[in-house]
Design a protein. Structure first.
Ligand code: ATP
Ligand code: MG
Length: 403
């Protein structure tokens, strides 16, 4: 195999100098998790960059694919690492150039030297390596401005690194460095995307899902579990809390006029999420709300629903168009699962004409007629918590000693 290392660049992460070690360690453990169950590599990190050492049998392309999806990874490059010996460097450069040996292709050598003790100046090194490539590889010509390919050479303190590919990473910050949030996860298209969006900024999520058996099916529950598995693929295990919501929904329909049941249902969900978020020490609630999408997501509705909590609510999809959300859902792989047609607790109880501009005092007035607090406490006590890891984990993989 040509490449012996994968170079992983941190990007934005390097800006956070104060917490650098925490960030690097978190990224390292996230990368290890993302690479399970692949074999033949070792993740090595220092303050500036990370390398994944590759054994000859490693599946480089699969490792690149998975590593580049991890938040906090800016870009990755498969590299050849050699001693800082000019003959070894020449050989590696030719080796790389052979990959692009097609008639008409142009290239240039781009050298960087952070080890100033290295006996060749950058410009000289570029000349020497360019010549060597031209002599040994048949179809290539040099082009300094906008070549088809660049052969990059970095002379660092420990060794020389050569590469020609730079694969863009997911960007963002490593999950686990930004505190905890509680994601309200339905079985729909939006909320899993909302979860991934906040994870991109480094926060961890626990997910809360409201279900109303027997009105909602076992399949609907499995669907939410599957969505959580997909979200956990590159971000680490996720706790999923399932709230029994049947009694509350039935009661709402008894005491609240039909056109306000949607508002009241959302308020009860949010009340539970709020209390539970405090219990698990989450600092914000995340949902998939999108301004104007449906009756419960007008400004008026949000105002009446939001009134039950003082916890920050993050709505990363607030201003997106639906087709933008769909593109994202397809990219993260949740779309196909989300569109499975199992009834959600809200769809089943949907009123015919929900108020798009509900009056807060009216909703409060009807809710006060019943002791919802007791039902809310019962629902919280009845929460079933599952710890979800990515799919491979079901073959009894134990992550704990790897992280
Ligand atoms: P989604 O596709 O995420 O279901 P949606 O466009 O269908 O969103 P709604 O059903 O109005 O919108 O829900 C708005 C938000 O409320 C959801 O994105 C989700 O965060 C939360 N939510 C809705 N239903 C549930 C549920 N059963 N359990 C947990 N959260 C829910
Ligand atoms: Mg929904």
């Amino acid at each position: 195999m040509k490449y012996d290392h994968l170079l992983v660049r941190y990007g934005e992460l390097t800006l956070k100098t104060g917490n650098r070690n925490t960030f690097v360690n978190q990224l390292k453990s996230n990368l290890k998790y993302a690479l399970i169950p692949l074999e033949g590599y070792k993740v090595l990190a220092n303050r500036d960059r990370m390398y994944i050492e590759l054994e000859p049998h490693a599946d480089v392309e699969e490792i690149i694919k998975r590593a580049s999806k991890v938040f906090g990874v800016h870009s990755v490059s498969p590299v050849i690492k050699v001693d800082k010996d000019i003959e070894a460097i020449k050989k590696a450069a030719v080796n790389l150039a052979q990959d692009i040996d097609v008639a008409g292709n142009t290239f240039k050598v781009d050298a960087k030297r952070s080890d100033k003790g290295f006996p060749y100046e950058t410009f000289d090194l570029q000349q020497i390596l360019g010549k060597e490539i031209l002599m040994n590889v048949e179809h290539l010509t040099v082009k300094v401005k906008q070549p088809d390919y660049k052969i990059m050479v970095e002379i660092r303190r420990d060794a020389a690194y050569l590469y020609s590919r730079v694969i863009e990473g997911a960007g963002g910050l490593p999950v686990g460095t930004g505190g905890k949030t509680l994601l309200m996860l339905s079985g729909g298209i939006d909320s899993p995307v909302a979860g991934i969006e906040v994870m991109k900024r480094g926060v961890t999520i626990e997910a809360i899902h409201f279900h109303s058996p027997p009105f909602t099916s076992e399949e609907a529950k499995q669907k939410v579990i599957q969505l959580t598995e997909i979200m956990a693929e590159t971000t680490g295990e996720i706790k999923l809390h399932l709230v029994p919501f049947t009694e509350i929904q039935k009661t709402i329909h008894k005491v609240v006029p039909e056109n306000l049941t949607m508002t009241s249902t959302r308020r009860m969900m949010l009340k539970i999420a709020d209390r539970f978020a405090h219990q698990i020490e989450a600092k914000a609630i995340v949902n998939g709300e999108n301004l104007g999408q449906v009756a419960s997501q007008t400004l008026g509705s949000m105002y009446a629903i939001n009134a039950v909590t003082t916890m920050p609510i993050l709505r990363p999809l607030l201003t997106y168009d639906k087709d933008e959300i769909v593109i994202k859902a397809k990219a993260i792989g949740t779309f196909e699962t989300s569109i499975q047609p199992f009834e959600d607790c809200c769809t089943i109880f949907t009123p015919k004409n929900p108020k798009t501009n509900p009056r807060l005092d009216r909703v409060e007035h009807f809710e006060e007629k019943f002791d919802f607090d007791t039902l809310i406490n019962e629902a919280i006590e009845g929460i079933e918590t599952l710890t979800i890891t990515k799919h491979q984990s079901q073959n009894n993989q134990d992550f704990s000693d790897l992280l």
